[in-house]
Design a protein around this ligand. Structure first.
Ligand code: FE2
Length: 405
């Protein structure tokens, strides 16, 4: 929901008769907040309502998801790099953390997608750690590449094709919404010039989805819908995404993290300046390569901090993680509220004089505490909490450029 976009054909005025090759098209309105929010009008060649069968299905680890029975309060390190690849974009998905308004999962597909998926619980935001491909949705084809965010509105039927044989993604499920912060827009709805991105950075679907028997197979055509902790497969006699055109604000977009425009201050600035997306009780932030603080006595490495109202999750993507031994690309740290956290021993001192960082990471701060799942428990580094006292850095170790949140 960034700005209005349109593809294909549609009538000059909504809710009027509109024909293609002499055949009346069926209008569908997709609305948010009842009829008060953003909306899109789509024009179908066949009514998207002819499902003839529904059945419950299960994808253990994603839906239903199983929280850990107990979660003593301490810092966590989830080694998502140890989670296996396999399955498609939907069947490979594993939820690792749950909160009242946000679930976080890891998706490591290797296979071509089989069915379409529609999340009725909330908006989804993928971060593509590795891989490229195309999101095929009722709104058309949206190409993506490595380090893209892909924002998919609630209840959008879609599936993900990879260009290669492997993909690695983090996926946020925000209930009910994920968007850009309202303070990044002026009163006219335009993204301001002091926001960390512009309208031009968001990529829209550029081509409509056309039914192709070789690509989409034969009936029944299936959409798997998620609501709560259940999945329901809807089977259609006709291809249910055959759209001649649409216009509106609701559709998927892509945004590459390297298009985020970081800010640097005289002294250390709080993570707020990295905010990229937000939702109810949470923000998602981008840490990208940048210059660091320019005061001659600045300490670029963050101080120890007790952010007493928020859990913090950090997904390490790229850069130099040498100051956090055991942390690598795809590591996920959870620093929960109620526990102070800060840099590993030696890092604070060694950051003085460092003028730039190559770190690349995605962070999520949430007012609502996270509960880990059994999928996270399988790959947790149980010694992480003690690494601040046990892993003193040797004095000759080179300075890290990873500043640690
Ligand atoms: Fe932090």
């Amino acid at each position: 929901m960034i700005h209005r976009h349109a593809l294909g054909v549609f009538p000059n005025k909504p809710h009027t008769a509109f024909y293609e090759d002499g055949k009346l098209l069926m209008e569908q309105m997709v609305t948010r907040d009842g009829f008060d929010g953003a909306f899109t009008c789509l024009y179908y060649r066949l009514p998207p309502t002819d499902e003839f069968e529904v059945e419950s299905i299960k994808l253990p680890g994603f839906c239903p998801v199983q929280p850990v029975p107990q979660q003593p309060l301490h810092r966590r390190h989830i080694k998502s790099q140890d989670m296996p690849h396999g399955g498609d974009f939907m069947t490979s998905r594993r939820t690792i953390a749950l909160s009242q308004t946000l679930d976080i999962g890891i998706c490591k597909p290797t296979d071509a997608p089989r069915h379409f998926f529609s999340n009725g619980d909330g908006d989804e935001l993928y971060f593509v750690k590795a891989g490229s491909g195309v999101v095929e949705s009722v709104y058309g084809l949206l190409e993506f590449r490595e380090h893209d965010y892909i924002l998919i509105p609630r209840s959008t039927p879609y599936r993900i094709h990879l260009n290669g044989h492997k993909g690695t993604m983090m996926v946020f499920e925000g209930r009910p919404k994920i968007g850009i912060p309202s303070e990044y827009r002026n009163k006219y709805g335009q993204i301001t010039d002091y926001a960390p991105f512009s309208h031009r950075d968001f990529r829209e679907p550029r081509e409509l989805l056309r039914f192709d028997p070789a690509r989409h197979g034969q009936a029944p055509y299936c959409i798997v819908a998620k609501m709560g902790n259940e999945l329901t497969m809807h089977k259609y006699k006709h291809f249910p995404l055959d759209v001649a055109g649409w216009d509106g604000l609701v559709y998927p977009v892509a945004f590459n993290i390297h298009d985020f425009q970081p800010k640097t201050g005289l002294v250390h600035l709080p993570p707020t300046i990295h905010t990229t997306f937000s939702g109810q009780g949470f923000v998602i932030c981008s840490f990208v390569p940048r210059l660091l603080d320019y005061h001659d006595k600045a300490i670029p490495c963050p101080y120890a901090h007790a952010s007493v109202d928020m859990d913090e999750i950090l997904y390490y993507v790229d850069g130099n993680f040498i100051s956090r031994r055991g942390i690598g690309s795809e590591s996920i740290s959870l620093h929960p509220l109620g526990v102070t956290h800060g840099p590993h021993p030696g890092m604070y001192e060694r950051s003085i004089g460092v003028r730039s960082t190559e770190e690349l990471a995605v962070m999520c701060d949430s007012h609502y505490p996270f509960r880990l799942t059994m999928e996270a428990d399988k790959v947790e580094d149980k010694a992480y909490h003690y690494s601040w006292v046990k892993l003193e850095s040797p004095p000759n170790e080179p300075a890290s450029t990873f500043t640690s949140k």
